[in-house]
Design a binder for this molecule. Sequence first.
Ligand SMILES: [Mn+2]
Length: 338
Amino acid sequence: MLFPQTYISELKDKIEIANNIVLISHFNPDGDTIGAVSSLYHYLKLKNKSSKVIIPNEFPNFLDFVMTDVSYIIASKNNNEARNLIDQADLIICLDFNAFHRAGDFIKDILLSSSKPKVLIDHHLEPEIKNFDLVFSKINVSSTSELLYEVLSLIEEKPFLTKDIAQGIYVGICTDTGSFSFSCNHRRTYEVVAELVDNGVDVEYVHQEVYNTYSENRLRLLGFCLSERLTVFHKQKAAMIYLSKEDLKRFNYQIGDCEGIVNFCLSIKGIEFGVLVTERFDRIRISLRSKLDFDVNQFARKYWNGGGHQKAAGGHSFESLEWVLEKLTEQIKNSCKE
Ligand SMILES: [Mn+2]
């Protein structure tokens, strides 16, 4: 069994006795965290359990379709409500992040001061185990959403997949594997997907919603990145794209518009390490991708106050864009293969 029977019974009991369950996604939400909270929300509803989803800050528009029937709030826009919900909750479930700070400073502080039971369901490296009462952490799964499927299968004896539950899980798997192009070499992922399709997931519909709903600006921003902002370090097998505040403004940047851009670095033959640097209003964000052995999780932890997975990670800096670009260039020249 994936997790000890005691964990499963404990989670079952915790859900059973809880009246107010709060589900929390990570900051700068992606398809996996949103898919997972949406799916678990629908599952709890099926069990006649009232729950509320707290999303630290806004999520990209292309995920709207997964959240339409979910009761949620965006914490950055409703500070007080988020605080009240967490204070009044009798069970807190964190999905797709394993350290409180990944939910943003505001939520982190509330969680740190809360004595309510906290459950973790996550697939990132090095979970902050001490902060949780019950931990479902597994690294070699495609996504938190796939892991959520496994956890639900263990606590449920009967079939439990409705279309809504299944769709959230599918969105998480599909986005966290880059549409089945990485972290997807496990047979189990496809068995789970088969179950999801059997239970109503329309794979073509999800693909249309997730990948073919760009605004004109978003597509032009992508074109601009590739033609004007890409530097290739052939010798070091690396590529870097950067976007300044002015660039983002020029293309009327909306949340989610930079999603996936970093992966284009790896689409160049021979390039094994990709970096996207974006200048946000309060910090510089750094997204890192690797094709082979280079460990971007270590790289992000060591140099850029971040982390993630071996092949996909992120970090940030409060220095200037120029400084970050210079530093990264230096690091690429030093740490990648000659
Ligand atoms: Mn994930």
